[in-house]
Design a protein around this ligand. Sequence first.
Ligand code: PMP
Length: 425
Amino acid sequence: MADLIARRRALLGPNVPTFYDDPVHVVRGEGVWLWDAEGRRYLDCYNNVAHVGHCNPRVVRAICDQAATLNTHTRYLHEGILDYVERLTATFDDPLTTAILTCTGSEANDIALRMAEGVTGKRGIIATDATYHGNTALVSHLSRSNVPEVGFGLGQYLRHVEAPDSYRIPDPDGQRFAAQVEAAIADLERSGIGFAALILCPLFLNEGFPTQAEGWLRPAAEAVRRAGGLLICDEVQSGFGRSGSHFWAHQRQGVVPDVVTLGKPMGNGHPVAGLVTTPGIMARFRSAFRYFNTFGGNPVSCAAAMAVLDEVQERDLQANAARIGRLAAVRLSELQQKYPVIGDVRQSGMVFGAEFVLDRDTKAPASAYADRVVNRLRQRGVLLSRLGRHKNTLKIRPPMPFGEEHLDLLVTTLDAVLAETPVSE
Ligand code: PMP
């Protein structure tokens, strides 16, 4: 283990992120389980990349069969990309009928921002102040942390609005958020930059997945439309049925975005991502920019992505997400009765978690406590993480075949860890 950490540092450089004080050396996966090099089994409660389960047999077979037949760059004719985009766009509402396939979610968001510029002729972008949308020079500037200190990027063209936080900032109908978006639009217009797009994850998953009524985003979306900008929904985490109630989380929010970006779960670990948009926006983009992606939408990627769609739809994993999510909320609320350190319990389908506080009245975040809990869970064989503005919220986002028996193991282990971890910060 120490050897791997040292080699990693020597070969990949310092500060390459790993999870846990004691990183896990994984060597094998199956379904919701991972195994380390010593043969120890872990319950994976975090990995949304292995959307339909680690080493899903149908996805593995699809990749192997296509790799054994043909894989090539994307300048030849091949039906794989067309069959997939037909199936993919059928899951969206009209007029979202065209797509670009890429290899990462970052690239997809990068294209989306350029589409906004191509369509509006303006460059002002609005994002939340606790978000992450990827790692290209352009997109990395949307985050407030780890922003590269280089002279290019969004700079003066970016405005942050406060990330929604249902626990601390009441905004039951989304009007407060919409007012902030309107103010940011006005500021961009006043400064001569102009407003191009609002980009956000419709479930605000990186921000701490606040509890929101269906349709919460509608007022902000209307403000964007009135100003002639684009609404970009980043569904890299929230898509492919994870919200439980809808296949795409923006559908739950009652909006039809101009661009939806996709990634992580799309190929179950095979690097395929992309975006879906309207024919009009696609035509404007294609005439404003020459865009070519060597690997994006290659035959193997499309075979992997098609197998993921088949699995989600045939096994009705969206319904499983809804059912397990509801049960998880009940089980976590029971723990909340028992442990005052749990200030809030939140759930959006197969994403759920608990926010830790030092005091329920002041809601002072228990960030170091959350870190201890995550590391102790890891020691007991349960893998998950923490996030949010204060990094004090457990983020539990397992592969979609996560079942009741897995939830039970997770909750029992969490109960044991909370019982043995004193709240002292
Ligand atoms: N958007 C969101 C919401 C993400 O969480 C991430 C990755 N964590 C990305 C985009 C970037 O995706 P990728 O790492 O595939 O570039």
